[in-house]
Write a protein that binds this ligand. Structure first.
Ligand SMILES: [Zn+2]
Length: 117
């Protein structure tokens, strides 16, 4: 899996590699993630405390966020899709993330998934 360092909301100042922080702490990459993401997770963990981002495109992952319970099932049913078996699932306070192996080699989203540690 390709990972990169990300800001953490408990750090006194955003570690994001940007000019101005939007205040949405904990999701800002601390590097130019699409170039810097690496399979060497120890390198990322060894940096200052922060979150770890997953470069979904390089990692061959598709991550779907579900902000309200049952919305992914509802969307699939509405569009006539059968939901594939997920590879993994992560629960957050008010949402869930479903991880799938991607069959697509094109990245449609510049964002990446973030794991809080
Ligand atoms: Zn920031």
């Amino acid at each position: 899996m390709f990972v990169f360092p990300v800001d953490h909301p408990l750090l006194p100042v955003c570690a994001g590699a940007h000019r101005e922080c939007s205040g949405d702490r904990g999701k800002h990459p601390a590097c130019q993630w699409s170039r810097a993401s690496t399979t060497r997770a120890a390198m990322v963990r060894g940096r200052a405390p922060g979150n770890i981002g997953i470069d979904c495109g390089k990692s061959g992952l598709l991550v779907l966020d579900e902000d309200a319970a049952g919305e992914l099932n509802r969307l699939c049913a509405e569009r006539g899709h059968v939901r594939r078996k997920k590879m993994s699932e992560a629960r957050q306070t008010s949402s869930r993330e479903f991880y799938y192996r991607s069959r697509c080699t094109t990245s449609y989203n510049s964002a990446a998934s973030t794991t809080t540690r």
